[in-house]
Design a binder for this molecule. Structure first.
Ligand SMILES: [Zn+2]
Length: 241
């Protein structure tokens, strides 16, 4: 028999009096110094250690110098770890200060800011590409990719107005680039004296203007101009009576 067992025998009350329902997992167990069971205690302490960078407000290397994707992953992981501590906080078990809930809000706001900056930068690049690329795909591809990314990460921005504004800017880039591309091609073939092809191009552009998601009233001037071009080349405006 080991020494500790002997002491339990000498004082049969002491062992059972140290058994309690753990506030963390509700199992009856011996309480640790944190007044929770040993298992909860090691989970909580490991989680607390894992978020020590956040707690001590030191800049984690991830936050400072890694790539943007790595930084986003870092925020997600930290928030996950803090959420584990939040479960315990809700049961009255606090092992870190500031509290997990306070740190989660601060991490979430950092993450929002990071995602917003990231998206704004990508949109700016997509805009630049739309002005310099030579093919239609090259002009609108980056803006389309941006919309995919916005659909994935937009929720993390936490500001629907901001997200709607980014979406609208990307849509305008696609619209402007598509229209510019069609018009450029139409003018080019007209200059080359290919009337038949120019007519096709003008009709294509007109079709795009009528069917895109921009209100025709906004584009009425351009629609009128295209209709005049078609008439000038001796063509018939599609759909006109
Ligand atoms: Zn427990």
């Amino acid at each position: 028999m080991q020494a500790s067992d002997k002491s339990e025998v000498r004082n049969p009350q002491s062992f059972s009096s140290r058994l309690h329902a753990c506030p963390g997992c509700e199992r009856i167990a011996l309480m640790s110094r944190l007044d929770i069971c040993e298992e909860c205690s090691s989970t909580v302490l490991a989680a607390a250690r894992a978020v020590s960078f956040v707690v001590e407000k030191r800049d984690h290397p991830m936050e400072v110098c890694y790539t943007r994707t790595t930084r986003l992953r870092y925020y997600n992981v930290m928030i996950d770890r803090l959420e584990l501590l939040l479960c315990y906080e809700k049961k009255g078990i606090n092992v870190i200060s500031p509290s997990a809930s306070t740190l989660i809000s601060s991490m979430q706001s950092k993450r929002s800011q990071h995602v917003l900056e990231d998206l704004t930068k990508i949109l700016k690049e997509a805009d630049a590409m739309s002005r310099t690329a030579t093919t239609l795909r090259g002009r609108i591809g980056p803006a389309e990719d941006f919309l995919t990314k916005l659909a994935e990460d937009g929720e993390l921005v936490g500001n629907p107005t901001e997200v709607a504004s980014l979406r609208s800017q990307a849509t305008q880039i696609i619209h402007r680039a598509t229209l510019g591309h069609h018009l450029e091609k139409a003018k080019q073939v007209e200059l080359n004296g290919n009337t038949k092809r120019a007519l096709e191009r003008y009709c294509q552009t007109l079709d795009y203007l009528r069917n895109n998601d921009v209100d025709d009233a906004v584009e009425s001037k351009l629609i009128g101009q295209l209709e005049r071009n078609i008439h000038r080349l001796g063509g018939t405006v599609p759909g006109a009576s």
